[in-house]
Design a binder for this molecule. Structure first.
Ligand code: NAD
Length: 292
């Protein structure tokens, strides 16, 4: 059993911390939201009075925070100072590559072991312990992080050095955003041409138009019974989070000098959808915008 400090027990972190507690770890939860901490306690965690109190003497520190600024502040202001020299630091938030690299490299400079380990999979996967982790950091840090991440996920993949977990995450989600837009517009075109949605799905899901966006999160109701389209686009992966990830991809592309015209177009469409109030709906609801 290890002592694990878990900072940020919101929609995702709550389920993840619960799985660590279920695995027998002593999980000290801290969050700015009292309701989030209360939920963590009900799942076997103990409440910490501050991030510093949670981290002091812990064997591992896991953070699941909204964005890069939260992560940089938490580590630079508190966690680097409070962490034991033997502790493994794991940031599971989705943040920009530059901040992830900077924070990871600062940890190394301080003689601490740290990985960036963003996840694929939403709240259902966080609750079920079936997330996929994309991990960036030195080999020794990955070796320490792996057994902890395995308690929260079904796959743990080492992507490279500091920031490479975030790089893998945003590149993957840029494909996801672009393929969802392409899939949704194809269903709209099929509809306008008089082609039945189920028939189009039956053909395209077995032909070269097939993608995860089509077969798992099909943007029209019917063909994939579990897709959010069948529950009025509630739950699933919020359009706001897709927009966040696309913006992170565009920022990284600008820094790296990469050309990402499809990612940029997808970001513009998700921004327009958010401006029209679609941000809380699943990202497959972009089909509504495309219908006009
Ligand atoms: P959330 O807003 O539900 O949880 C974030 C939590 O962090 C909140 O409870 C908030 O109170 C807490 N917090 C913020 N600043 C803090 C601080 N300084 N100290 C302690 N707690 C603090 O968000 P979420 O949906 O759980 O997402 C968390 C991260 O996971 C984000 O980076 C998001 O992009 C990523 N992510 C989310 C999903 C999803 O489906 N929700 C999927 C993959 C990745």
């Amino acid at each position: 059993m290890s002592i694990i400090a878990f900072i940020g027990v919101g929609n995702m972190g709550g389920g993840m911390a619960a799985n660590l507690a279920k695995a027998g770890h002593d999980v000290r939860a801290f969050d700015l939201s009292a309701a989030a901490v209360a939920r963590a306690i009900s799942h076997g965690c103990t409440a910490a009075t501050s991030a510093r109190a949670a981290a002091t003497g812990a064997d591992a520190i896991v953070t699941m925070l909204p964005a890069g600024s939260h992560v940089a502040t938490a580590y630079h202001d508190t966690l680097f100072d409070a962490a034991s020299p033997h502790a493994i630091l794991i940031d599971c938030s989705t943040i920009d590559v530059a901040t992830a690299r900077r924070v990871g490299e600062t940890a190394s400079d301080k003689g601490l072991k740290m990985v960036d380990a963003p996840v694929s999979g939403g709240t259902a996967a966080a609750d079920a312990g079936t997330l996929t982790f994309m991990v960036g950091g030195p080999d020794a840090a990955f070796a320490l992080a792996r057994p902890i991440l395995e308690k929260m996920g079904k796959a743990v993949i080492h992507a490279g050095g500091p920031g490479m977990g975030q790089a893998a995450k945003i590149c993957n989600n840029m494909i996801l955003g672009a393929t969802m837009v392409a899939t949704a517009e194809a269903f709209v075109l099929a509809e306008k041409l008089g082609l039945d949605a189920q028939t189009f799905f039956d053909i395209s899901s077995k032909a070269s138009g097939q993608s995860w966006s089509m077969t798992s999160y099909c943007p029209v109701p019917g063909p994939v019974p579990t897709s959010p389209a069948n529950r009025d686009y509630q739950g699933g992966f919020a359009s706001a989070l897709m927009l966040k990830d696309l913006k992170l991809a565009l920022a990284a592309a600008t820094t790296a000098g990469a050309s990402v015209p499809m990612g940029a177009q997808a970001a513009a469409l998700y921004q327009l959808f958010a401006n029209n109030g679609g941000d809380s709906q699943d990202f497959s609801a972009i089909v509504k915008l495309l219908r006009g």
